[in-house]
Write a new protein. Structure first.
Length: 303
């Protein structure tokens, strides 16, 4: 059995998906399988993947679903992931030629019984790391990384499949497409830490119509998912500042979801009360940003 699965959700990315395929074919280690979840593409993705499967250069699994978003694609993939590790490489990104080899070598040398996986680096085509490198520690929780060290920028997560699946299922809302996949991290943090590796495992290239360009739209259009994420951060926040910040976002998301009783499901009533005026202001701000970005798109100026 292979040791790691590369999972790729894709939607109308037949042009960039080929670049990822080529990078996987160049890997110095073939101890991996590739699971592609096609999230309702109407381009040439199905035919192109069919050709690659016929070429038989890689172990590829292809699954199709109606357009439901990245989380739904990940849930489907997890039903088929049976390797010790897995990582998500988006369809507009690709991997350095020795990435799989480096991941597996690092895991074998450093894994512990409680390891949640590895956090490595994303980089741009010129080799520069996204935002900043990781702290010089052996292991860390997700919350420590983002809320204590305040590390910014995308990083590459390689998950211990057994650990990850312990905390499923995700809360899932059929009428929302932009779910917050980070919901699971505060749960994992309670019992597990990630190993830190300042190696580049993924080369990223943001697309103008990608998720990174629509954060405010995601807040507005998928409020129930973000409510669940904010509740996790309110419950398990590592300090008062984190709890307050997420309480403010919780109020804003409740307003988008038309959930007027903020206290009914809140895990922290005092902070919820304190956050109400700030959450209302944040909701107004997000609405304004969505309108501004919509106008930019109409004018041909994507945010």
């Amino acid at each position: 059995m292979k040791l790691i699965t590369v999972f790729t959700p894709t939607f109308n990315r037949d042009k960039t998906l080929g670049r990822l395929y080529e990078s996987l074919c160049r890997q110095s280690s073939r101890d991996f399988k590739w699971i592609i979840v096609d999230d309702g593409s109407i381009d040439n993705t199905f035919a192109q993947v069919g050709i690659w499967i016929t070429e038989n250069k890689l172990e590829i699994q292809y699954h199709y679903q109606e357009n439901k978003g990245k989380l739904a694609a990940q849930i489907l993939a997890l039903d088929h992931i049976d390797t010790e590790l897995f990582t998500c490489i988006d369809s507009d990104d690709y991997m350095p030629d020795d990435a799989i080899e480096k991941i597996l070598k690092f895991w074998r040398a450093n894994k512990k019984s409680h390891s949640a996986g590895i956090i490595g680096l994303d980089a741009y085509k010129d080799g520069s790391v996204t935002e900043e490198k990781l702290p010089e520690v052996e292991e860390i929780t997700y919350s420590e990384l983002v809320d204590y060290y305040k590390i910014k920028g995308d990083k590459k997560y390689i998950f211990n499949t057994e650990v990850y699946k312990k905390y499923l299922p995700y809360p899932y809302f059929e009428n929302e497409i932009f779910h917050e996949v980070s919901w699971i991290f505060p749960l994992i943090d309670q019992n597990h830490k990630f190993l830190i590796s300042n190696e580049i495992y993924c080369i990223i290239e943001y697309q103008e119509d990608g998720l990174s360009n629509g954060l405010y739209k995601r807040y507005k259009e998928s409020p129930m998912s973000f409510i669940e994420y904010r509740k996790m951060k309110m419950k398990y926040g590592i300090n008062k500042k984190v709890v307050l910040k997420n309480s403010i976002h919780y109020i804003s998301s409740c307003l988008f979801a038309k959930k007027w009783n903020f206290f009914k499901d809140s895990p922290n009533t005092p902070y919820t009360l304190l956050a109400i005026p700030f959450g209302i202001l944040l909701n107004v701000y997000i609405n304004r940003k969505v309108k501004q970005n919509t106008n930019r798109i109409k004018q041909g100026k994507l945010n």
